[in-house]
Structures are given as C-alpha cells and as structure tokens.
Design a protein around this ligand. Structure first.
Ligand code: GTP
Ligand code: SPV
Ligand code: MN
Length: 582
C-alpha cells in the first residue's frame, strides 16, 4: 500500500531517504496487522505476554528506565518569532531545530522498519476532526496509536480527500536522555520527536498534535484545544448535562470521566456517560453554546491507585486487549500496581524480583492503554460528529491547602482568571520533582503551543462570543488535614460535588457569595450515605488572609506573561484584592 496523495508520498520518500529504513510499512489498522506486530514484539522482547487466561490479549511493555515520563525540559515550540511561543514554552529557532533534528534522524532507521501511521483525531465523519500522519520506527507506538486514535485506512482516505495533515516524525533513537528532543513547528504543522518511546513523547497524535499544534491552530480558527476530560451526568429525571474538566496530569481526569455513582445516587437513578478522559476540542455552536469532541479513541491512563474501590470501570476494561507499560507482575503473571489489591507482586516494573527496598513495584507513572469502547460507561455520543453541548467547565488541581472543594466563578472572565491562576502539586507524569506546587494554567502549562497571554486573550474572546457560555467552576479533591490525610473521600463520591454543579447550572440551588467566588451553602453538598462525615467546614472555608497571600503569588505569576496579559484578568485580580482587603 501507499498513497495517491503526492504531498504525502513525497514526504514519506524524503523521510525514508534520510532515515534509511530497511522496509516501509503503511499501517491499515486491521486486526491481522496488529496481531503480526504483537508477534514481532513478543519475539523481540518489546512486549511480554501477561497471563492470557486472566488477561487475554494483554501485554506488558517495560520501557527503558530513563524513559518513563514526558520530558518538559526537552520539549520545544519552534516558531519564527520567539515571543509567539511565550515564557511558558522552551523555544528554539526553526532553522536551528531542523538542523539538529536532521542530524539525529540521519540513518537512524537503518535495518529497521519504518511505519507510516495515518490517523484521525476525532470521529471520522466530524467536521471538527483533524488529520495527521505519524512516521515511527517503533511497533509499540503503532500498537498504542491503534488503541488511542482512529488509525489506518479510513483516516488515510480522509487525508487523501482533504490533502491537509499534521506531519509527525518519530524515532526511538538510542534512548539517550541527552539526545532526546520533542520539537513542534506549529507554523509548518509538523512535529519531530527523537530519543524517547514513552507515551506523550512518542504517541504524537496525543499531546503533541491534539494539544500543542491544535491549540495553535484553534487560536486562529476560533476554537479551543484543551487538556480536559468530558463526561455526561444524567440525573434521576433523565436529563444529561455534559461537563469538561481540566486537571493537570495525574490529578483525576480519567477517574472523574468514568466514576460510578455511589449509593444512594445509583439507586436514585444517577448515571455517568464517558466521552473522553484527557483531551477536549471545544467549538462554539450556531446556537450560542459550546460543543465538545474527544479527539482520542482510547485511554492512556495512570495505573497506580486504580482499584475496584477507586475506579471499578477502569478495572473492568483492563482484563483484555490492553497494553500495560511499566507495571509490576504477580507470580502468576498478572499486571499489578500499588493500591490495586493486597497481593504481593513477584517482579517490579524493571523485571527484578520485587523488593520494597527498591521503591514502588510499579513505576508511579506506569500506564495502561485501552480502547475507549471497552469502558462500561462509554457512550456512543463520543462518536457524535457535532460533539456534545457543555454546561460546565471545571478547573482543578492538587492543593493541600487554600483551594476549597468547589467554587463557582461569577462570570466567564472570572472563570478564565481562575483557570489562568491554577496551581497544582507536580506528579510523576513528567520527569522532575514530585509534590511541588507550580502554576499550571488551565492544566495546559506543558501543552499550550503559544504564549499564555495570548491564550488567555483567546479564552476571553471565545467566551464573549457565546450567547450561552458554560458556567465555570474550580474544584479541589486533594485538601489535606493536619495528619496529611485527604479530607474529601474523592473518586465516586465526587459526584456529590458534580450534583451541586449541575444544580447551579439548572438554577436549582442557592450559593453562598464569598469575596473569591460562589460556594455551596453548608448543606449544599449531600453527605447522605457516607460512612463518615467529611470536614466540610474546612473544605468550604475561605480564609481572607491566606487568599491575599495567594493573590500576591498570582500577581507574580501573571507578571511573567506581560505585556500580553488581558486587562480583564488584571481587573479580576484587583477586584478580588479590594474585596478581601475590606
Ligand atoms: P493524566 O492521564 O496524567 O492526564 O492523569 P489524570 O488527570 O487522568 O489522572 P487520573 O484520573 O489517572 O488520576 C491520577 C491519580 O490520582 C491516580 O492515582 C488516582 O487514583 C488519583 N485520584 C484520582 N481521583 C482522585 C480523587 O478524587 N481523590 C484522590 N485522593 N485521588 C484521586
Ligand atoms: C499526561 O501526562 O497528561 C498524560 C500522559 O496524559 S502523556 O500521554 O504522557 O501525556
Ligand atoms: Mn493528560
């Protein structure tokens, strides 16, 4: 197979003449193709078979121990104008980046197969979907892209019809952290990634295309590409409202996207419909509402912490046709990770006999890859080419203190301010220190393909054109008590907070006005059926002095993006400070 689209054929030829692969394989996405790739990886050791009796068609991949997370310090946005990338991105001049990458790619696929992966981000028939082609020398990338995107012949047919596609070139190279770069050329609609085989660095449809390149395109085209999950919440009256939520990496999107209503909600008739768990493309509709599609077709989820207590829907889909990366295994070769259950693992993520002295058995950023339609709460609305209408946008993060359980913004500009001011403790999803509070506006710090000042301006712009904008909220599931324990039970119980949010959207419940935003009344969050009463006084408190300190921090943070910070955000900063100082 090849293609009738000259532009694509020429590009593949030029890549092949630089990288010099032994073979070129055009991916169709068929089951036979996948089976043969899997067999090849079992032979090469790139995949290990897991217990096929308990986990049919499930495989384990152990990555290089130095290649287990996104590498933000090696990720670049290469625009002609340095300021366009903003202080939120590493920048390199396009010429310099191309020279560097050309050298790395020279002959790098010798003796290997080069795979050409045509893919479509979003439903094949949706006008909002975008196309891409990833060239890679990793069969593991192909197998993951098959689960994560609409990949293969149908995507290629649309690419040939439209002629426009994002060009992604990837090679695992030598896996040397000093020869590793993830380069984005938004003006050329291209991505080049070298030296890593890990998820967000290598599956180029995901963060590289669907966020960094797409956010850049979305700005010029009047839409938003966001790091958000999408979920439909159906109340006992049978009304479904859709919510999009931006939490930083490893801060709860996958869990919220597929939560199971706790008792007594379940028996009352509440239902949850999963649309997406990581990326959301938002388009203003003709009716003045905002519509969301999930550009992905699968999950690349955090394994540790996933259990029958926390996320039963995830466990239900992980017993077949899943790829596990850097998890541990039990003595009968089942995948295992911390907090899954009481079993003791036999081998850790590096394949060594498990010894607690060596740290956790599964890498803290170990992941599972699985197709979205395996999720018990999956809804066919996920395939709706028009997307689903969004009633509420939620921003959230990991904050041990200050940030209340839930707060409603007074209007779109206030909500944009809350998003721009977001902070969260860092996690193992990226290399670097874990648990340090950093500003992560809209959970897009690692993913926005242009200057944050311009991005916030674009948010305000999109909102101002919506006749019926979603309400914006902020949540925090991660407030801790004096002993360092989470105060809020979280997971399925988060539906209690979503209930308040849904009722605010429907105008069915009052809020308590505070100087920083609207909070639930003391009895606004139902605790019926909880085994112990959480400390809602702390969870819903607003400490004026602490907040004034927070505003000082926010001011410093915004300062770094001047002179491009929109006035409307500075107005909100002043307004909140005035109120709190009174
Ligand atoms: P990325 O895939 O990296 O973007 O992460 P994510 O935002 O989808 O996070 P995910 O839902 O995978 O959760 C990450 C970790 O946080 C897991 O270990 C979860 O068990 C834990 N977690 C998720 N929701 C909650 C919650 O409500 N409370 C607490 N305490 N932990 C949670
Ligand atoms: C994240 O880090 O936000 C992820 C995993 O969702 S990755 O694909 O590596 O970006
Ligand atoms: Mn993510």
């Amino acid at each position: 197979m090849s293609t009738k689209l000259t532009e694509l054929a020429d590009w593949v030829d030029s890549v092949a003449s630089r990288t010099r692969p032994a073979e070129i394989h055009w991916c169709t996405g068929s089951a036979e193709e996948n089976a043969s790739l899997v067999n090849g990886m079992l032979d090469s050791g790139d995949l290990l078979e897991l217990n096929q009796a308990t986990h049919p068609e499930c495989y384990l991949h152990r990555s290089d121990p130095d290649d287990v997370a996104r590498v933000e310090h090696l990720t670049f946005v290469c625009t002609r104008d340095r300021d366009a990338a903003g202080p939120n991105n590493n920048w390199m001049a396009p010429d310099e980046a191309h020279a560097l990458m050309d050298e790395l790619f020279e002959g790098c696929m010798e003796g290997r197969t080069m795979y050409v992966i045509p893919y479509c981000m979003g439903p094949i028939e949706s006008p909002f979907s975008r196309l891409g082609v990833e060239i890679t020398d990793s069969a593991y990338v192909v197998a993951n892209m098959r689960l994560m995107t609409r990949m293969g012949s149908e995507a290629l047919a649309r690419i040939e019809r439209e002629g426009r596609f994002v060009r992604g070139l990837h090679s695992t190279g030598e896996l040397d952290p000093d020869q590793r770069y993830i380069m984005h050329f938004p003006e050329e609609l291209s991505i080049q990634s070298y030296g890593s085989g890990y998820g967000g660095n290598a599956l180029l449809g995901k963060k590289c295309h669907a966020l960094r390149i797409a956010s850049y395109q979305a700005r010029t085209e009047g839409w938003l590409a966001e790091h958000m999950m999408i979920v439909g919440i159906e109340n006992p009256q049978g009304e479904t409202r859709y919510v999009a939520a931006a939490f930083p990496s490893a801060c709860g999107k996958t869990n919220l996207a597929m939560l199971i209503p706790p008792e007594p909600y379940r028996s009352a008739g509440w239902k949850v419909h999963t649309i997406g768990d990581d990326i959301c493309w938002l388009h203003p509709g003709k009716d003045g509402r905002l519509y969301a599609i999930n550009p992905e077709a699968g999950f690349f989820g955090v394994a540790p912490g996933t259990s029958n207590k926390t996320n039963p829907n995830a466990l239900a889909m992980l017993d077949r046709e899943a790829i596990f990366t850097n998890v541990a295994v039990t003595d009968d070769n089942q995948p295992w990770w911390e907090d899954l259950d009481d079993r003791v693992p036999a081998l850790d993520w590096k394949g060594r006999p498990y010894d607690p002295e060596n740290g956790p058995a599964a890498h803290p950023n170990s992941r599972f890859t699985v197709s979205i339609d395996r999720c018990p709460s999956y809804t066919g609305e996920s395939e709706n080419p028009a997307g689903v209408p969004i009633d509420a946008i939620i921003f959230g993060g990991r904050r041990a203190a200050l940030a209340p359980l839930v707060m409603e913004a007074e209007d779109w500009a206030h909500g944009t301010f809350l998003g721009a001011a977001m902070a969260s403790e860092t996690t193992a999803a990226a290399t670097g220190k874990v648990g340090v509070v950093r500003r992560d506006p809209m959970a897009m710090k690692p993913f926005c393909g242009y200057h944050f000042g311009d991005y916030w301006g674009h948010w305000l712009d999109v909102g101002s054109k919506l006749e019926h904008p979603p309400k914006i909220f902020q949540v925090n599931w991660f407030r801790r008590d004096g002993d360092g324990k989470f105060i809020w039970p979280g997971f399925g119980e988060n539906l209690r907070v979503l209930e308040w949010i849904m009722k605010r959207c429907a105008g069915e419940v009052e809020a308590r006005e505070t100087p920083v935003g609207n909070l639930p009344e003391r009895n606004g969050i139902s605790t019926a059926g909880l085994s112990s009463e959480p400390d809602l006084d702390t969870l819903l408190s607003v400490d004026g002095r602490e907040w004034l300190g927070e505003l000082d921090e926010i001011e410093k943070h915004l300062e770094a993006f001047q002179p491009r910070v929109p006035d409307a955000l500075l107005d909100w900063l002043r307004k909140l400070r005035d109120r709190l100082s009174k």
